[in-house]
Design a protein around this ligand. Sequence first.
Ligand code: NAD
Ligand code: MG
Length: 482
Amino acid sequence: MTVALAFDYAPAPETTRPHIRDEYGLFIDGRWTRAHNNRQFATVNPATEEFLASVAYASELDVDAAVKAARKGYEKYWSKLTPAARAKYLYRIARSITEKGRELAVLETMDGGKPIRESRDFDIPTAAAHFFYYAGWADKLRYASRNGADALPLGACGQIVPWNFPLLMAAWKLAPALACGNTVVLKPAETTSLTALALADIIAQADLPPGVVNIVTGPGETGRALVSHPDIDKIAFTGSTEVGKQIMRSVAGRDIRLTLELGGKAAHIVFADAPLDQAIEGIISGIYFNQGHVCCAGSRLLVEESIHDEVVARLLRRLQTMRLGDPLDKNTDIGAINSAEQLARIQELVASGVAQGAQLHSQPFSAPDRGYWFPASFFTGVTQSHRIAQEEIFGPVLSILTFRTPDEALSKANNTPYGLSAGVWTSSGSKNMWIAEHLRAGVVWCNTYNRFDPASPFGGYRESGFGREGGVHGLREYLQHA
Ligand code: NAD
Ligand code: MG
């Protein structure tokens, strides 16, 4: 792989290799089974385009078997256990994720393209932290109830996760559902199923009763079969706003609980009185973390006009030092784009930015022969009407706009159909409080960005969806009347 870098550095590739089977089945009723007609699809490493494994393609019949297993698992086993017994299983899963952390991190990076430093230091430990956190809640559920009602589970839940944080999103969904006494059918994303399948092994080793967790792999069609299954009590979905809307239409009129965590176009506001060194690092990690495949990425930078030129100059310098390349290299900042489809989406939106008159700045980069790559980039000269200011790029591309007054910053920040997250940098405490209160976003970070904790709720407004994951709020989404 030849990637032009601004300076030389010694590669530090991760040498651990997880065991990857040639073929993976579906995990239903505590057993591995083949998909109906033995249908399969391939998952590849997006940095090399190399084949990693064949994964089962679950049909409607397979989804039906998984839902039946979840129903049986609920009625026969999981709802009969004491809350403390359920907690023990969750602690086992959490410990096992921690013990296998290194293999899981490498697997996540190989299947999805994210830098190993991120999967090692963020995705996998945070996934374990979610299981630890919700294990602690399992025997304290009555404290989750706001109205004194009994904390009763919902039943069998369908959960659909995206490809940007595969194991972490699975943990966000599974841990609270199981802690509350629900059983689950989980569908990972088609480009990144392997860590969810490794989690199935962990769940089997933890000796969870059969049917409590079922994992069905496949594309959107498999997800659609899960959503339209009549015997599901809840659907939890993370992914695109477009599919979120389809799901809402498809469950209309049914007695079903629904939570949607969809896209975002977060405003990241930098006032002239901000601590600039920290703000620049916040901007960089806010947009380039996980190649910008982040629903809460700080993708719309609003800079106070008086410091615009300085911020741009510093960001340009910072781009020169970013390392793009082998995701398994511990020095890599920007890994591979998750799929050819996602790369095409990014390229199309970036081309629209250029065509509409914005100026594109990118890190030095020459595309390797294989794999899917896009350099860390930002646009200056962006106006609110540009598509790159409105639509989610979901790649390492920042759009920079300016403002003159706090009111203007706020109105530009809220001028979006989304409402997932936002960030603000200022040395003024009162300005921080004022803007956080008026931003229409589910999460607002002040003088920091992309901080996550299992105890802290996450979720959006408007076209970013509804419902919360994390904290006690995340539990209530899996309890009746809570
Ligand atoms: P997507 O919404 O199509 O896929 C997300 C998950 O939903 C996957 O598991 C997929 O198989 C499943 N799915 C697809 N169609 C479905 C359907 N009709 N019914 C049920 N499940 C279905 O997302 P994508 O195509 O992978 O990405 C497209 C865009 O979505 C991205 O460019 C980005 O803007 C956004 N996105 C957002 C998030 C997020 O975290 N909010 C994650 C991934 C993608
Ligand atoms: Mg893959």
